[in-house]
Design a protein around this ligand. Structure first.
Ligand SMILES: [Fe+2]
Length: 188
């Protein structure tokens, strides 16, 4: 992404606090740091988000830490778009709603068989609104995320590294879930 000066300043304004939180104690510091930035409007910058796409939600890389400790990604969700039940490739993450509202359904992995089939227990579902910040910490890394707004929703995600792929899970009629690899790309 090519940034003008304003955009570079906007990126710096979020990256510095995120880097400090990651350096200090990411588990306890990062979610409050993200909540504070969100409250201050630091994520409400159009260049952080790609346009909505027709085929899937869009993902834009806002920042990749040169030392490889974290990435910041903006996601744009058109009405009706969702990420089905998925993992986070074993990465920790923090997800914040910047615009709109999202339905978040948490699952717990309870079994896995020799044929790579999985069983999950649905743990809870909530509609979260602007300002909500949630944390993904493996092994509690399984959830579905869906735009719950009639308009576009936008979210910001911080992950422990660039996730080039993750797994999504498809529910079979027999109650088991099958994993499918998803290649994660960025939109300009
Ligand atoms: Fe997720």
């Amino acid at each position: 992404m090519k940034l003008n000066t304003n955009a570079a300043a906007a990126v710096a304004s979020i990256v510095d606090p995120i880097r400090r939180a990651v350096e200090q104690d990411r588990v306890t510091m990062l979610a409050p740091a993200i909540a504070k930035l969100q409250e201050a409007g630091a994520f409400s910058f159009p260049e952080f988000f790609a346009s909505a796409r027709a085929d899937r939600y869009s993902r834009r890389l806002i920042w990749a830490d040169p030392a490889g400790r974290f990435v910041v990604v903006g996601m744009t969700w058109a009405p009706g778009q969702f990420a089905p039940l998925h993992d986070h490739a074993g990465q920790w993450g923090v997800e914040a709603i910047v615009e709109g509202s999202m339905k978040q359904t948490a699952y717990r992995l309870v079994d896995r068989d020799a044929q790579q089939r999985y069983r999950f227990m649905r743990e809870g579902e909530e509609i979260a609104h602007v300002g909500a910040v949630s944390v993904v910490i493996p092994p509690l890394e399984y959830h579905a995320f869906a735009n719950a707004s009639p308009d576009v929703s936008r979210t910001v995600h911080v992950y422990g590294s660039t996730m080039e792929r993750c797994q999504k899970f498809l529910h079979d009629a027999d109650g088991w879930w099958r994993a499918e690899t998803v290649e994660l790309t960025y939109d300009a």
